[in-house]
Design a protein around this ligand. Structure first.
Ligand code: SAM
Length: 216
């Protein structure tokens, strides 16, 4: 049965960190690698899309303890757990969908997202990335670590599976449901370029998990 996105993560909060670090392939490498791409300048401002319980932030604060973070996540429980980990940090947490939250007024040195954006279509991402592009300062950039479909056929199969599951279960609302529908790296790159990013490059990959850098 498909579950609403926020319910899915809310229900799996217990043991979430252990699950990610032990069971997700190459997590011990991609979290440290991802945060090494973030700015180390004092008091820089970083937006985290789908911050969850803050696994990437845990690593990042070791490199840059003064970073000012804005984290957006749908799950209240994940954010509560994150806040408890970093009681003394300058951190703004927003419970909501990054598709709906207005972040254009803010101005970030950098944005990051880890293992959160593989649920959405290219079209949905283009509108999100336009908003993100506007919210970055000149010279700012976006670091995306996520897993990707390895072919157009795989991407299409996931999307079609989701459509038929929704049909079978009589779901016709516009709510977000948890089902992995990763794009190919090529389609992700096209979405970022279409949104206005000037260059997009793959920094590293571990199987289907890639870290991509998009420059404003
Ligand atoms: C697999 S977790 C990754 C969390 C964290 N970045 C990490 O690597 O541990 C995915 C997170 O994305 C969040 N998420 C999914 N869709 C979202 C959306 N549209 N807006 C905000 N958060 C979202 C979920 O609530 C969940 O906490």
């Amino acid at each position: 049965m498909l579950e609403k996105m926020s319910d899915f993560f809310e229900k799996r909060l217990d043991g979430y960190d252990e699950h990610m670090l032990r069971n997700i392939q190459s997590a011990e490498e991609f979290y440290p690698f991802t945060v090494r791409q973030l700015p180390v300048t004092e008091n820089c401002s970083v937006l985290d899309l789908g911050c969850g319980t803050g696994l990437e932030l845990q690593e990042y604060y070791r490199l840059n303890p003064s970073a000012r973070i804005t984290g957006i996540d749908l799950s209240k429980g994940m954010l509560t757990s994150l806040k408890k980990k970093f009681p003394d940090k300058d951190i703004t947490l927003i419970c909501g969908s990054y598709f709906d939250v207005d972040f254009s007024a803010s101005s970030f040195d950098c944005a990051v997202s880890v293992e959160s954006l593989h649920h959405f279509t290219k079209e949905e991402k283009i509108s999100l990335y336009i908003k993100l592009h506007e919210a970055l300062k000149d010279g700012g950039y976006f670091i995306l670590t996520d897993y990707f479909a390895l072919s157009d056929e795989e991407e299409k199969m996931h999307r079609e599976n989701l459509i038929s599951l929704k049909k079978e279960q009589g779901i016709c609302d516009n709510e977000l449901y948890h089902y992995d529908t990763p794009l190919t790296v090529e389609h992700e790159t096209e979405a970022l370029l279409k949104a206005g990013f000037s260059s997009v490059k793959v920094l590293k990959n571990w199987g289907a998990t890639y870290t991509i850098k998009a420059d404003k």
